[in-house]
Structures are given as C-alpha cells and as structure tokens.
Design a protein around this ligand. Structure first.
Ligand SMILES: [Zn+2]
Length: 181
C-alpha cells in the first residue's frame, strides 16, 4: 500500500514541521492573504515546470497535496465519525480555515466512487481562464483525506475548474483496485 510515513527520515514533513504559529506570530497572527499563498505556490510551480516539465510538476503537486491531506487528516480531522458526520465536519473545517466550500454531489457507498465540488477554492477561484484544470495540489489533498478516512487508495481527478471557465472545481474520485499478488 501507500507509504506516506517514513519516520527514519528527519527531513520528512510532519505536522510538527509547521511549528507553533500562534507563539511565533503574537502580533501578526495566524492568517495571511490568499495572494501570498498563491504567490508562493505559482512561482514554485513556474520554477518546477522550468526544471522538470509540466507532467513532472503536476505529479509533484499531487504528491505534495496528498502528504498534506494525510497529515491534515491525522492531525485535524476526527476520522472516527460516521460518513455523514465526517463530511459535515470536514466541510466546516475547510470553510472555517477559508480553504474552500466543499459539497458532495455523489457518493457510491459500494464502490466508494465520489464526486466533490469546491467553490471559492483557495488555489484557483478568480484565476484567468486558460482552459486547463490547475488544482493538482487539491487532487492530492482530497485523495489524502479520503484515504485517511476510508483506508482505501484513491485517485482524484479535477474535471472542472475556475481556470476552465467553471464557477466551481469539480473532482471525481475512484478507489484504486489493486490485484492481489
Ligand atoms: Zn480548480
């Protein structure tokens, strides 16, 4: 299965890497404007594309997003809640932290297939329309959350995005079926 925790590696990201933000920013506080977040993300993306190309950059963003989703789930979310309560809880936390407004359009209890939308997404809402979905970090982030909750491996693909002219980001998620060896 997926290996997200490699405790021997001290350079590996963990929730503790974020530090004590409240303690460190007594006057400035814990929030920053969205443009600062995007400035960091999009300049990093620009440099990664220059060095590694578009495809590799997308893969890096998905993997980083997944690690974020896993750590976020294990440190912030209550993974013991039943499905409906869990999603209400997740929606509230995403909204309270100004990440986006999450909705479930469809969930198949048997297959685990899911369609989610995020409006006012922190990554893309208001971007120029380029015709391409850009929320690869979110694809990974949502996969990390679903995996942490369901203990099944997910592949999440964004099919609509502000950058494709949609008002919401829409993500399709499917459980990865693995053949037993
Ligand atoms: Zn998007």
């Amino acid at each position: 299965m997926f290996k997200l925790f490699d405790m021997e590696d001290e350079n590996k990201f963990s929730w503790k890497s974020l530090g004590d933000i409240e303690k460190g920013r007594k006057n400035l506080g814990t929030d920053i404007p969205v443009f600062v977040y995007r400035l960091f993300q999009f300049t990093l993306r620009d440099e990664l594309i220059k060095q590694f190309g578009n495809e590799k950059t997308i893969e890096i963003f998905r993997k980083a997003g997944k690690l974020a989703g896993t750590e976020f789930s294990n440190n912030i979310l209550d993974l013991t809640l039943p499905f409906d309560e869990f999603f209400a809880h997740l929606q509230k936390i995403l909204e309270d932290n100004n990440i986006g407004i999450l909705r479930i359009e469809k969930f198949d209890l048997i297959t685990g297939s899911i369609i989610l939308t995020v409006s006012e997404d922190v990554d893309c809402s208001g971007l120029p329309i380029t015709g391409e979905t850009v929320c690869n970090y979110d694809e990974g982030f949502l996969a990390g959350i679903l995996e942490a909750y369901t203990k099944k491996e997910y592949i999440i693909t964004e099919i609509d995005c502000w950058a494709t002219g949609s008002r919401v980001c829409r993500f399709i998620g499917n459980v990865i079926i693995k053949n037993e060896e």
